[in-house]
Design a protein around this ligand. Sequence first.
Ligand code: ME8
Length: 520
Amino acid sequence: MSEPFYITTAISYPNGRPHIGHAYEAIAADVIARFQRQRGKDVRFQTGTDEHGLKMARKAEEQGRTPRELADEMSGYFQEMCDALDVKYDRFIRTVEEDHHRSCQALWRAMEANGDLYLDRYEGWYSVRDEAYYDESELVDGEGGERLSPQGTPVEWTVEESWFFRLSKYQEPLLALYRDNPDFVQPDSRRNEMIAFVSGGLRDLSVSRTSFDWGVKVPGSDTHVMYVWVDALTNYITGLGYPDDTENFRKFWPASLHLIGKDIVRFHTVYWPAFLMSAGLPLPKKVFGHGFLLNRGQKESKSLGNVTDPLALADQFGVDTLRYFFMREVNFGQDGSYSPEAIVTKTNAELANSFGNLVQRTLSMINKNMDGVLERFETAGDDKALLTIVQDACRQGLPHAFERLAFSVGIEDWLRAVYACNQYVDEQAPWTLRKTDPERMKVVLQTLYIAIRDLALAIRPVIPTKADAVLQQLGVAEGQAGYADMHDEGWYNALVASGHIVAKPTPVFPRLELPEEASD
Ligand code: ME8
């Protein structure tokens, strides 16, 4: 049986339409899911929307409608975004769903049975924008002297009866978790932040609210709804069938990876493992806090008027181009910046001019100069050397980097192999060999043909549609597009034996033009 791999994204607040950060996270998670599927793992991928809480309730009120109406409309846009960006999830979870309420209540009861919940009065600061409680000591002063959260969001003084979770009890177990499992929080910079935060001492956490009712009801305490983060985090187990003893739960829990942004690492690496320990459930293997995507170095916001619709970007430049740019340009874990110019320049240079051109000229020459007929052949010194470079990059460099979520490093390895192929074409000059040594020309073109298959297979998780278009032109069957298939050296001779004819190729990576307004 293949090894299970459960990956999740954060579930987004559907208080507005999806923004570029949502698209970035969904794409990164999809690349990982596709990569692991290609590695032969049994992958389950969950994403969704986080629909309860004060932030949703207030936004709906502002718009004169119910939170449910707002959630229903906006959640639909998040699903559309995933579909449009080729993000292939197994479940899109909405926290308003009935099974999710049942799951939250079961987790609550388990924590209660462990003696970790008690009723008291909360008095302190709350940020609706972050849906987070803050200590006085964490607050900063705004320009007008107002108190702000460390994230720069407004806070309000809140006093109400509340259930509390004994978070303080978990300080030592959490520190032991970080110490014994260095991979639990990644990258290291976030791990260090969390160690510092927990070492500073943990206060018990307010986990219910009574001043509004848009949430999951606390079992046996009808005037309380659960704090939205208790409800939100639970989505990861609801999606596997918790609290029932389902096959999915047994197979996929604990999660292999929670992929989230850097602003919500505390919730995932302090609160969530503490809730799970309290309920006696296994802990996720890894939480990775990626960086933020910035528009020309700036955070997108309505007030700056620089909010970009990710679907408009995908329409303009193409889905795979956008996916490639995000994974290639940003050092995963750090913040990254994008602009139409950068997307066009980078992808023209690397996809259109380098990989696309390699594919196009190799297939054209085979079609034209060899009537599309492939032959069995022996590789010699330069040919073998090239294939070694390509195989090292595609079978070692890229997959090992992707395993560590170092996407830009892996893609760079892949690109070096693409450049090596183009250099080989220039040096071997098959257009000259056509006249001087046609047999040698065939060897050169066929060597490239073999190299291109590895290159297309390796990059397929990032640009699935484009890579499949290349593989299809190469005559590689759909069922032979896994990483393990790269090691099947017999595929080429089988293709020759099948009498495959290389057709006149259709360009897969057209050059992009800069949009008018961006080139001003
Ligand atoms: O935080 N670049 O939802 P959310 C990259 N509902 N990622 C970004 C980003 C940016 N500019 N802006 C936001 C929530 N994100 C909660 C999560 S999970 C149990 C509950 C990321 O809609 C952000 O870090 O505010 C988070 O991982 C995701 O987008 C959803 O953010």
